[in-house]
Ligand binder design. Structure first.
Ligand code: ADP
Ligand code: GLC
Length: 482
């Protein structure tokens, strides 16, 4: 077994703000089946501390960026974990990245340098026979682990950095650099330095043995200026080290045949029970209880990335066409308000819940007829994968992982009987509107619709394939390092 230390700032079911949490929580079990044993190291937020059991201290830091810290090893949610118990950095209620005012914690640079430094120390081992073969860092919050290992004087494990979202980089004023405890060489063009600032993700991208991102299309997109978020130059420079490995889903948690969070459990051969979920969803969202109305679901963060602003202007038209919308999301306050107002104006047709609700997210996947993800960019996207599994036909913009996971119902795909959903491009309101018109036409063609649902449910969106690709990546580094 390859011994892997996974470094993550969130992990479902302990802490989750998005897909990163889902991935960090689900990948270890799939890796185990593919030949890698994972320990996950997490910040000691109140939620992680509370979930930790059978723990014992494995290392003490007298001073981890402003206070003492202990690394505890134990288990949480059935997984082997290490938790960095550093109250001065992580003992804060609420969101892992933001204060109650919705702004980033002012000391996020130190908080995630702390995670990186602790992870790097654990990766090289604190006792004989300890340590790991590979450190696998997720996103900017974990990228400093790769940087610290690069400057570790002794032997170090191989490193992989997975980019889940290039839009978040961990960029701080240069004044942070002297506090990071790194040699001056780290603050260079080939390291952490970025336009005079410190950029954690850039540091990780510069030094990781391999860079992965969460879909093959996103791996190509980020090499260009349009989607490179200012790091396309670095990525092109490291192109030989970059690969796209599609995410999978945890098909024990997202399993329509055994999901405790929905009233009607169903499978590919028994779609009839889905109707129970649709009725329950209509009730829950204050929609007219009409089985024939096309019901579109959305579960999303509300940020520019997700493109939901494009939907707002179409809602009155949708309602007058008899289409229903069930939306769950939170984020941009203006957008939240716009959906709440649209729901008031279009009672019975537009339902929206602002907030975060895991159970309702399951009901929307299980009860909607179609599932919309109109993202401007999308590294992978998990909600459309859940939709495929739950027989809700995904309607997606043709970007990133959305492009890689949905087979568009064009004439050829329909004739061959292989379509699983609809794609549109570019991500503009008019292209979205055209896609929704196409969707309505397909809704009226019941055999074609059912075929799409069944095809989607048959698609392999599990972690099995992706996990074996990650293990192959780990092994390729180990082979190279001898
Ligand atoms: P991202 O990570 O960019 O937000 P993904 O599609 O990869 O997008 O993952 C989003 C995850 O967060 C999914 O598990 C989705 O169900 C969940 N999610 C997003 N918004 C909400 C919400 N308001 N309530 C419950 N779950 C949500
Ligand atoms: C990020 C991306 C999303 C991806 C998720 C998990 O949050 O925005 O597309 O699915 O990470 O990799």
């Amino acid at each position: 077994m390859v011994r892997v230390l996974s470094v993550a700032s969130e992990m479902f079911p302990l802490v989750k703000t998005g897909g990163l949490g889902d991935v960090a929580g689900a990948l270890p079990a799939a890796l185990a089946a593919a030949g890698a044993a994972t320990t996950t190291i997490l910040p000691g937020y109140p939620a992680t501390m509370a979930a930790l059991s059978d723990s014992s201290p494995v290392h003490e830091f007298a001073d981890l960026f402003g206070g003492a810290a202990t690394v505890l090893r134990g288990s949480a949610a059935g997984l082997d974990v290490m938790v960095v118990d550093a109250p001065h950095l992580y003992a804060r209620a609420g969101n892992p990245y933001l204060g109650a005012d919705g702004k980033e914690w002012a000391d996020n640079g130190l908080r995630f340098a702390g995670l990186g430094a602790a992870a790097a120390a654990m990766a090289v081992g604190v006792g004989p026979g300890d340590g790991f073969d590979i450190l696998h860092a997720h996103d900017w919050q974990a990228a400093m682990a790769v940087v610290y290992l690069n400057f570790h004087p002794g032997e170090r494990p191989g490193t992989v950095l997975t980019i889940h979202n290039l839009a978040f980089q961990g960029r701080y004023p240069a004044a942070l650099f002297p506090r990071l405890g790194l040699p001056d060489a780290a603050f260079s063009l080939n390291g952490l330095e970025y336009h005079g600032d410190v950029n954690f993700l850039k540091g990780g991208l510069s030094y990781a043995d391999r860079i992965a991102t969460v879909s093959p299309t996103y791996a190509r997109e980020i090499m260009g200026e349009e989607n490179g978020m200012g790091l396309d130059g670095v990525l092109r420079y490291r192109a030989d080290a970059v690969s796209g490995i599609m995410n999978g889903i945890d098909d024990t948690i997202w399993n329509p045949a055994a999901d405790p969070l929905i009233p009607g459990r169903f499978g590919r051969g028994k779609l009839a029970k889905r109707a129970l979920n649709k009725t329950e969803l209509q009730r829950r969202m204050g929609l007219e209880e009409n089985p024939d109305a096309l019901l579109i679901g959305v579960v999303s963060r509300m940020t520019t990335q997700k493109g939901l602003d494009m939907l707002v202007d179409l809602l009155d038209d949708l309602a007058s066409d008899g289409i229903q919308l069930a939306l769950l999301g939170s984020g941009d306050p203006d957008l939240e308000d716009a959906f709440v107002t649209a729901a008031e104006w279009n009672q019975g047709s537009v339902g929206c819940v602002i907030g975060y609700d895991e159970a309702l997210a399951h009901l929307i996947e299980a009860g909607s007829d179609a599932f919309l993800a109109p993202s401007r960019f999308e590294p992978c996207g998990l909600t459309q994968l859940y939709a495929l599994r739950y027989g809700s036909v995904p309607v997606v913009s043709r970007v990133g992982g959305l492009a890689d996971s949905v087979i568009d119902a064009n004439e050829a795909a329909l004739a061959a009987g292989v379509a699983t959903g609809l794609q549109f491009w570019p991500a503009t309101p008019s292209a979205l509107q055209a896609a929704l018109r196409r969707l309505m036409a397909l809704w009226l063609d019941k055999p074609a619709w059912t075929r799409m649902q069944r095809n989607g449910m048959a698609a392999d969106v599990s972690w099995r394939g992706p996990a074996s690709r990650y293990v192959a990546l780990y092994r390729s580094i180990l082979a190279e390092r001898g």
